[in-house]
Design a protein around this ligand. Structure first.
Ligand code: GA4
Length: 334
């Protein structure tokens, strides 16, 4: 059984309790694989506790992030523009999407990290590079553990069929550090949070979207703002938990599981008093990897939903659209 965490328990209008699943990774393996599959199916989102990422690795990257975002804007801009990697402020992607945030977008490839770090942390590039490397390594291991549990729970014969995609040395995985400065409520005393659906609203930190990759591993400081949408379209606030990780199903995993898992739509609202900082590891295939449903997931009852495409083709499609657009439709079997 997936245990909803009491802090995240909310009630819908129909008085049905909705909770974000929490999975304790110290449980027995056979139990864990079932829990992972259930959470991926029901929400495409869950929290993991008792994970293997050392506290010290988390706190070092936290410190580095705080130091970077406290610099003045001309110093931050020395990290290069965020297209494709570097520092970004308010602009998200190439098609006019905006958010109330600044961020660092880094490639997980070690060569890019050390090159990038020279401009991010001029005075101590090696230190920055080591911290980012250590964090990526630890979170990548966690991602592989979760993907192996998912494969086991789906009864896929090769339990490494998913994890091997991101273990590939050419994996296109990314690390993103987002910083949401506090934003005053819109200059109007009748501010209505229900109107926040509108993506032009200043209080949207990062607009509604799903992540294109396989899996996203997220953590944040103690400031909330993240919301996920249930598959029925209900928005649930995610309580911040600086010592644990949240896991999100991305579009590529939706395809690999032939739609059995559905990528989770999420957004971030800004806080009026405190800054939020979050860090996401986006686990992705190599650019030339052919993505198609795992053969075990295609049966007479579940015919193949997607035609094969490379990760490069999918990225191109994602970058040609707006943040909130649905990108998978164009890859569906007619
Ligand atoms: C969403 C997930 C990751 O943050 C990201 C984002 C990327 C960007 O910020 O450059 C995208 C967005 C994300 C999906 C659609 C495209 C690409 C902005 C955008 C409008 C780094 C990613 O891989 O896709």
């Amino acid at each position: 059984m997936v245990v909803p965490s009491p802090t995240s328990m909310i009630r819908t209008k129909k008085t049905k309790a909705v909770g974000i699943p929490t999975i304790d990774l110290s449980l027995e393996r056979s139990q864990l694989s079932e829990l992972v599959v259930k959470a991926c199916e029901e929400y495409g989102f869950f929290k993991v506790v008792n994970h293997s990422v050392p506290k010290e690795v988390i706190s070092r990257l936290d410190e580095e992030g705080i130091e970077f975002f406290s610099k003045n804007s001309s110093e931050k801009r020395q990290a290069g523009t965020s297209t494709p990697f570097g520092y970004g402020c308010k602009n998200i992607g190439p098609n006019g999407d905006k958010g109330e945030l600044e961020y660092l977008l880094l490639h997980s490839n070690p060569i890019s990290i050390s090159e990038r770090s020279k401009t991010i942390a001029k005075d101590h590039p090696i230190k920055f590079s080591c911290i980012v490397n250590d964090y990526i390594k630890a979170v990548k291991d966690l991602t592989c553990e979760i993907l192996e549990l998912a494969a086991e729970g789906l009864w896929v014969p090769d339990k490494s069929s998913l994890s091997k995609i991101i273990k590939d040395e050419h994996s296109d995985s990314l690390l993103r550090i987002n910083h949401y400065p506090p934003v005053k409520k819109l200059g109007n005393d009748n501010w209505d949070p229900s109107k926040i659906q509108n993506s032009n609203n200043n209080n949207i930190g990062f607009g509604e979207h799903s992540d294109p990759q396989i899996l996203t591993i997220l953590r944040s400081n103690n400031v909330g703002g993240l919301q996920i949408s249930t598959h029925h379209g209900l928005w649930i606030p995610v309580p911040p938990d600086p010592s644990e990780f949240y896991v999100m199903v991305g579009d590529a995993l939706q395809v690999l599981t032939n739609g059995r898992f559905v990528s989770v739509r999420h957004r971030v609202l800004t806080n009026t008093t405190k800054p939020r900082m979050s860090m996401m590891y986006f686990a992705a295939p190599p650019l030339n990897w052919l993505i198609s449903p795992l053969s075990k997931m295609v049966t007479a009852h579940s015919p193949c939903l997607y035609r094969p495409f490379t990760w490069a083709q999918y990225k191109q499609a994602a970058y040609a659209l707006r943040l909130g657009d649905t990108r998978l439709d164009q890859f569906k079997v007619q």
